[in-house]
Design a protein around this ligand. Structure first.
Ligand SMILES: Nc1ncnc2c1ncn2[C@@H]1O[C@H](COP(=O)(O)OP(=O)(O)OP(=O)(O)O)[C@@H](O)[C@H]1O
Ligand SMILES: [Mg+2]
Length: 245
């Protein structure tokens, strides 16, 4: 539930995003309040990744306004957004395949100079993700898919973000690994982090999220509490594979 109805940590106002002539996002509104876990679900090509990338700043916004902690960041470059506390774990993970696991994790902290804080956050990641700790010296490109996803999330946490953007963290992973990743997501939300989670696995995402948005064809077509959306007949038939709905 939103903790403060008046000041969203993130606000998208009439955001449009295009790839040349192709309009991928056609004017969406979305708000996240501090400490929320909110999911963005929808079919392939709906515009979810495009939206996350535009929030992180890796894609330009064509029109509309993006606000973070009340400040307009619509035109702010990616590295400054990271400094402000916005971290993205991209679709396909985006780890540095030639660097070791430890180097990858430390890269996440490159904007920081609080040495002790960085070491403490590394320890925290090792505690949450023991598999990562076992493989610190391994070249990241040789990790399994699940291990790479854990390193990508660990690296994002090392920037100590206020807002974590996760693009399909469960993609291609075995159920036990997915469970582990969702445990970490829940743990950091409990510590006060805000998360915007994009997931193909709508069932899983809605179960964990306080609220959700449904995207279709570049528009947000539905939004509501996680359990409201889980029980919504339109969501059930379109995204949860429920043919009786
Ligand atoms: N670089 C690009 N150039 C042109 N069109 C693009 C580009 N990237 C994405 N698109 C188009 O924008 C639309 C939205 O794509 P996006 O990747 O945001 O969808 P998505 O909701 O993340 O889908 P998925 O669930 O498959 O990851 C799609 O029609 C896609 O083909
Ligand atoms: Mg995507």
């Amino acid at each position: 539930m939103p903790t403060d109805m008046n000041t969203p940590i993130l606000q998208l106002k009439d955001i449009e995003i295009a790839y040349g002539q192709i309009q991928a996002v056609k004017g969406i509104n979305l708000e996240l309040y501090s400490g929320e876990l909110v999911c963005l679900i929808g079919a392939n090509g709906a515009g979810k990744t495009t939206t996350l990338n535009a929030i992180a700043g890796t894609l330009p916004i064509k029109s509309g306004a993006l606000q973070f902690e009340g400040k307009n960041i619509t035109a702010m470059p990616t590295h400054l957004r990271l400094r402000q506390g916005i971290a993205l774990v991209p679709e396909g993970r985006g780890i540095f395949t030639r660097l070791t696991v430890e180097e990858n994790l430390r890269m996440g902290a490159y904007t920081r100079n609080d040495k002790d804080g960085i070491e403490a956050d590394l320890e925290r990641v090792y505690t949450m993700l023991p598999r990562v700790k076992e493989r610190l010296a391994q070249v990241a490109g040789t990790l399994s898919g699940g291990e790479q996803q854990m390193v990508a999330i660990g690296r994002a946490l090392l920037s100590r973000p206020k807002l974590l953007l996760l693009d399909e963290p469960s993609m291609g992973l075995a159920p036990l690994v997915v469970e582990k990743i969702f445990e970490v997501v829940q743990a950091v939300v409990k510590e006060g982090m805000t998360i915007l989670l994009v997931e193909q696995n709508a069932n899983l995402a809605l179960e964990f999220s306080g609220r959700g948005y449904v995207m279709d064809g570049g528009l947000i077509t539905l939004s509501g509490n996680g359990d409201e959306l889980l029980n919504d007949p339109k969501v059930r038939s379109a995204y949860l594979g429920d043919e009786t709905a």
